[in-house]
Design a protein around this ligand. Structure first.
Ligand code: PLP
Length: 421
């Protein structure tokens, strides 16, 4: 594609964009009375305009019906979470029965590890990537210690090669084969939060399964961003937060995937609660737990409907736009952003190194050789919201739902302005 760094050209791309109307379904913060250029949808997605209505609906039901709202609300609360499965399944490439929404991400990974990290004296190792998101490091190390094992021995990290900024699939596969029959679990981030790399989840899953291990994915930066086929790939379990690309609001509930091969097992190790009990018999208050025949068996508590409401509003947008269209726009807008970055860097003589490899989703991580936090602050003051990662990286993630090609062009103008100061 032959891009141009002009306003007319950017507007032409917006005009051709089949998803352009979605921008208007989100609320943009303002700086200097102008809507910001928002590059941090990978950290906290913007608020869908409909989110508030969905929360209000529950507040009203609560006021007017109180306890009756559990069964008689417009969207009854007792099975509110079940509304998510059909809508979330296509986002992650799953059957509806394999998907549920509950708790928060790290909590869910802990709960899923109860089922899928069952170390024995022969098979006890966990393979993960080096410098994983800190919560994953803490979570995995604490699980290992919980089983009375030593993280130094039980955790095997796949490393980047000297001088390289991304993981090589061949190195991941080799590590899995090397650990072989000692491997109890492969658990990695599907999209790396720092460099934006999309791992080859299908190949890694296959290799992990071949050793006889369980394979799970932290999809915090993958859900709503990249194509996922969790069912087809044979992934055992996965979880993701909903506040990044899923636009469900700060700290909101996490989605979970459990492959259907693990459903309907009464004897699987699992931390259980009444919301995982056979829903037809839940209120009979029986002593014996009967799991739901699907991923809902991992539910514990009654659904936090006030939190779930904005997630539902957001998922309806995913349902109407569809992941294929979002991915197509993502590819184009990220390519345009890359073009603008290189164009401007060339003009002003700056060295911006994109450390994100070609296996990428929405995010470009840019190493700012010779530029520091001053540039980051300048961008923020001029209405460009990015984030800073030590030592010298800004992450730019133009979410396909609400970022425009014109935003990318305007960003280039702000960047140029910095060097003209
Ligand atoms: C954002 C993120 C988390 C956050 O976990 P919470 O439990 O939702 O606070 C975890 N893992 C990864 C890889 C993330 O990017």
């Amino acid at each position: 594609m032959h891009f141009q760094n002009t306003l007319e050209y950017a507007q032409h791309l917006d005009h051709q964009d089949p998803l352009r109307s979605y921008r208007n379904k989100f609320i943009f913060p303002k700086v200097n009375n102008k809507e910001v250029i928002y590059f941090t949808g990978n950290s906290l997605g913007l608020q869908p305009k409909n989110a508030k209505n969905y929360v209000d609906e529950i507040m009203t039901d609560w006021a007017e019906r109180a306890v009756e709202g559990h069964f008689q609300a417009e969207k009854p609360w007792w099975d509110y979470h079940e509304r998510f499965s059909e809508k979330l399944a296509p986002v992650v490439g799953a059957k509806a029965s394999e998907v549920t929404v509950m708790n928060t991400l790290t909590v869910n990974l802990h709960l899923l590890m109860v089922s899928f990290y069952r170390p024995t004296s022969q098979r006890f190792k966990i393979i993960m990537e080096e410098k994983a998101f800190p919560s994953d490091q803490y979570m995995i190390a604490s699980q290992v210690r919980f089983h009375g094992l030593d993280p130094e021995e039980a955790i095997v990290e796949v490393k980047k090669r000297e001088g390289e900024q991304h993981f090589r699939t061949e190195d991941i596969l080799q590590k899995i084969n090397e650990v072989g029959e000692e491997c109890a679990l492969v658990l990695m981030g599907g999209v790396n939060y720092y460099n934006g790399q999309v791992l080859e989840m299908e190949a890694v899953t296959k290799a992990g399964k071949q050793t006889g291990a369980f394979v799970g994915w932290d999809l915090a930066h993958a859900a709503g961003n990249v194509e996922l086929k969790l069912h087809e790939w044979g992934v055992d379990f996965a979880a993701w937060c909903s506040y990044k690309y899923m636009n469900a609001g700060p700290g909101n509930a996490s989605g979970c995937f459990v492959h259907e091969r693990h459903h309907g097992q009464e004897d699987i190790p699992r931390f259980e609660g009444w919301w995982g009990h056979n829903k037809e018999r839940r209120f009979l208050m029986e002593p014996q737990f009967q799991p739901e025949p699907n991923a809902n068996a991992w539910q514990i508590s009654n659904a936090p409907v006030l939190a779930l409401a904005p997630y539902l509003a957001s998922l309806e947008l995913f349902e109407s736009a569809g992941m294929p269209a979002l991915i197509e726009k993502r590819n184009k807008i990220v390519a345009y952003l890359e073009f603008i970055l290189k164009e401007v860097a060339g003009k002003v003589g700056a060295n911006f190194e994109i450390i994100t490899p070609k296996e990428r989703g929405t995010q470009l991580s840019v190493f700012l050789h010779g530029q520091g936090k001053e540039l980051f602050h300048y961008l923020m003051e001029n209405g460009v919201v990015t984030d800073w990662r030590e030592p010298n990286v800004i992450r730019l993630a133009p979410a396909a739902f609400y970022c425009s090609f014109e935003d990318m062009w305007r960003f280039g103008q702000v960047l140029k302005g910095y060097f003209k100061k």
